[in-house]
Structure formats: C-alpha cells, structure tokens
Design a protein around this ligand. Sequence first.
Ligand code: IPM
Ligand code: MG
Length: 356
Amino acid sequence: MAEFKIAVIPGDGIGPEIMEQGLAVLKKVSEKYGHTFHTTKLPAGGNAIDSMGECLPQSTVEECLKSDAVMLGAVGGPKWDNVPGNQRPERALLGLRSALGLFANLRPAIMHKALAEACPLKKEIVSGGMDILIVRELTGGIYFGERGMRQGRYGTEAYDVEAYSEMEIRRIAKVGFEAAQKRHGRLCCVDKANVLESSRLWRKILTEMAPDYPDVTLSFLYVDNAAMQLIHDPNQFDVIVTNNIFGDILSDEASIITGSIGMLPSASLSAGTLGMYEPIHGSAPDIAGKDLANPIATILSVAMMLRYSLGLTGEADAIEAAVTKVLEAGVRTVDIAAGAKSVGTCEMGRLICEAI
Ligand code: IPM
Ligand code: MG
C-alpha cells in the first residue's frame, strides 16, 4: 500500500469528461489495491486563460513539480484561436513539457485484435495485430527553437529553427535503445538526413552509441519513407526514435492504424520519476460535452502512469487487461464502432472500472 500525490489538469473541450473516467479508474485501483492517490485539479490551457488570464499559471507548474505524476486531458479550442501565438492554450502543454523537463515521450501504438474492423488498412497487412513504440523527443527541435518574424526582400518572413544539441540527442537515443532492448531489439531512427544538418547529427550520434547496445539492431529511415512504410507494413517497426515534429506527425498516423486516435495513451518522462500522462489526441471541441469521446486513451495513460512514475506494474497490467476485456466483449465508443452500436464516454469508463 502506498500514497501518491497526483496533479490533475483536465483542460478544455473533451478534456474534463475523459479525465473524469481516468479518475474513476484511479479510484477503482485505490479501492482494490489499497493505495491512496491525493489528486489536485489544476487550471491550464484555455480554461486558465479565461479564469486567470494566462494559459499556464506559475502555481500550476509549481504544484506539478511537487507531485509524483501529472495527468492531463487535452487543451485548446476555437474559442482561443485569436489569442496571440505565445499565449495560445497549446503553449500550456509546451510550457509544462519544458518546465518539468519531460524530454522523452513514449507513444505505444498497439492494435487490439478486437478492433481489427476499425483499422483502415487491408486485413492482410495487420492480420497479426500491430505493436509499435514511438519514442518522440519532446523538449527540443523546431517546437522550442528560435522563432520570429523579420522583413525580407519579398515582405514579411517567419521562421522556426530546428536545432538539436548532442546532449539532447544522446539522452533520447538512450531511451530508444533501452526500450528496444526490453522489446524486440529493433530501433529505427526516423529523420531527414538527406536534407537536414540536424538529422545528420542524429545519425552520427546514434551510430556512435550503437556498439553499447549489441542486442539492438539499429536502422535509419527518411521520414517521408517512414510515413509510407507505416501503412505499407507497420509491423516492420519495433521502436521508432525521432525528433519532436516527426514524432508528432508519425504518432497520429500510427494511431489511426490502431482504429482511432482515441485509443493512444502517452507518457512524457523526465530524467527522474516525474512524468506527465495524456492521451495523444486533442480537445475535440466539436464533440465536447456530448458523452461521445473515447476515454480509453486517457485510461491507458493512467496505466502508463502507474507503471512508469509510481512503480505499480501489476495495477497497470490490470487496467490494460480490463480495457482488452471490455473491447473483446464488443463494447465500443462511436469512433471505434465502425457503424455498429456504441456506448457513451461514461458507460465505457464504468464498464472498464467494473472489469478491473
Ligand atoms: C501532441 C499534440 C501537441 C503537439 C499540440 C497540441 C501542441 O499534437 O501532443 O501530439 O504538437 O505536441
Ligand atoms: Mg500531435
């Protein structure tokens, strides 16, 4: 039995309703295994702009830093589209990743056998299911590089710089190599080394590090080819390690192969045990408040939190098994129903809790 302090950021759009289901699962785990989770709800994103005048209040950052882990729903929405770029709700997410030092983003793309019907690829391509781990660098590259506007010869120019230091590449590569060691021993670095200098530094460093991981087979792929290979033959991949922006794009692509972006959880990890756990999807304002959102990505993110930040492996397994069981029983939210009968957000959450 253990006690933990969890910072909870429901966010905007469908964020609060999927978070409610994530918290229900956490409550079920606490009842069943006798742990205590002290949760504190915090503002960030559009709701924080409305209530506190800024997307990421310092008090939210401080509370997260004092916690064992952070759970996040989703941020953003059309309401804040006209807010200046550096104050948009999405800045809260980037600010949290940076302030908490969350440089390693793990995005497992696992296709549940029960969801084969929801996969848009031909059956023979994913007949054996799919299980890929995308390791995305999260606090560097073009997301955090120098940016600005200047007057050029042809009018205003805007620029965003993709820059990576050796230290940043080395530490994310280490996460990639170690993940491959624990899985099937294959690591593919996705880059654009035929064009970008930064990608060539990634290749150089990973090649240097490879001899330290003799049990891992390292390969490289250009990102355009990787985007194609992912739909051509997703199972050729085991672990993909890549920069911030390519990881953002490829993880959405991988998610739809699993049936729906509503299925994919993520863990954003620091050098210590503090991590932030969130579904990879956005705030889906079009379906917010309608009990339509799929809570599974959030619920699986809770499992990742128990595994990576809290050391509760058995409890994490129990959540994942409950999700599989409910899917195998044929329960679907609308995004994965492929036109068949579906249940709402709350009912999906309730059935998963019941199965734990
Ligand atoms: C993600 C999202 C974010 C990102 C947005 C909301 C800033 O797309 O977590 O994948 O680009 O990192
Ligand atoms: Mg994204």
